[in-house]
Write a protein that binds this ligand. Structure first.
Ligand SMILES: Nc1ncnc2c1ncn2[C@@H]1O[C@H](COP(=O)(O)OP(=O)(O)OP(=O)(O)O)[C@@H](O)[C@H]1O
Length: 314
């Protein structure tokens, strides 16, 4: 491997299905011990990238190594070191949850205790239930347990919390946090951007087969100029507000909600508070919002759509 810290290296990966360029020149690296989130629109190519990394599909072009080996040609070396949660796992529906885990554990040299795993994924009270009777969210929990059974160094999680209730989602985040604390590397896809923001160290956002932006979460959030400063004032006072670019004013029954989009929130706050002091204006519900991953995502997919109008009276 060219980078000793890289657990996954992808260089100019291309995958073509018939006439569709599903993955159109994608490059990224995943470092040991990090959570890397591969995000994107529906049909962006995320699952196809995962299929290649997991050794289930060969690239049309490009170079891919996972834990230092070719995932398709050297699948037998890779398989015991990797855990996978795919979108549509098939279980033996007639086996109970406990039987399913015990059956799977025979495939691993040093399996984790099934009792510990069932407790960790919140399924210990369902161990005697047949897999076919599990709810969608419970099936995802079992998926996760099966992926972690072999104590893998690297885990691929394709939309691991889809269908889970909020508690299940938080438990999964905690579980993934524990894995990472013990040195496991995680490559995750999700449509829940708050999930990526909660867990990921680094992020890549795909759209139509290409990575549009990638980097640390902090760097990516800094690419957005969508911090907002918002406050409420009486309508009679708003006309004296100094002209600040990207100001939107919403008038509602004698009050105005002022929202200012800015790359420099401290400067805007200083201007607004100085104005309020000079004019003896009370700033109601003063609020500063930092950009979220969802803002960055929407801006990449629909450029300009989330930018408010210049100052205008509604
Ligand atoms: N087996 C296949 N044969 C032909 N086209 C395919 C096949 N699998 C996927 N595609 C197409 O390739 C593109 C990428 O699909 P992929 O499933 O990788 O996207 P995705 O980012 O995982 O999408 P989603 O978020 O909706 O699950 C899509 O246009 C899809 O229709």
């Amino acid at each position: 491997m060219s980078n000793p810290e890289a657990v996954i290296e992808v260089q100019d990966l291309r995958v073509r299905y018939d006439r569709t360029d599903a993955v159109d020149g994608v490059s990224f690296q995943v470092r040991r011990g990090e959570v890397f989130a591969l995000l994107g629109t529906n049909g962006a190519g995320k699952t196809t990238v995962l299929d290649v990394l997991e050794g289930f599909r060969s690239p049309t072009a490009g170079r891919v190594t996972v834990l230092g080996v070719d995932p398709m040609a050297q699948h037998d070396i890779l398989a015991p070191r990797v855990g996978i949660v795919i979108q549509e796992a098939g279980f033996f529906d007639t086996l109970t949850v406990g039987q399913c885990l015990r059956a799977w554990s025979r495939f691993h040299r040093t399996p984790r205790s099934t009792d510990d795993l069932l407790a960790a994924v919140g399924l210990d009270h369902r161990r005697s239930v047949r897999c076919g009777k599990l709810s969608g969210g419970e099936r995802r929990r079992l998926d996760l347990a099966l992926a972690l059974l072999g104590q893998p160094e690297l885990v691929f999680l394709d939309e691991p919390t889809t269908g889970m209730d909020p508690e299940g989602r938080r438990e999964t985040w905690r579980l993934i946090g524990d894995l990472v604390d013990h040195g496991t590397t995680v490559l995750l896809t999700t449509h829940y951007l708050a999930e990526a923001q909660e867990m990921a160290d680094r992020v890549a956002i795909m759209h139509r087969g290409r990575i549009r932006v990638q980097g640390s979460l902090t760097d990516i959030l800094h690419t957005a100029d969508t911090s907002t400063v918002a406050f409420t004032v009486d309508s009679a006072q708003v006309d004296a507000l100094p002209l600040i670019p990207q100001t939107r004013i919403d008038r509602r029954s004698g009050r105005c909600r002022v929202t200012i989009t800015t790359q420099d929130p401290p400067a805007v706050l200083a201007t607004v508070t100085a104005w309020a002091q000079d004019h003896r204006v009370l700033l109601g519900d003063l609020d500063l919002s930092r950009p979220t991953l969802e803002d960055v995502f929407l801006e990449l997919v629909h450029p300009g759509a989330s930018t408010p109008d210049e100052r205008s009276a509604a």
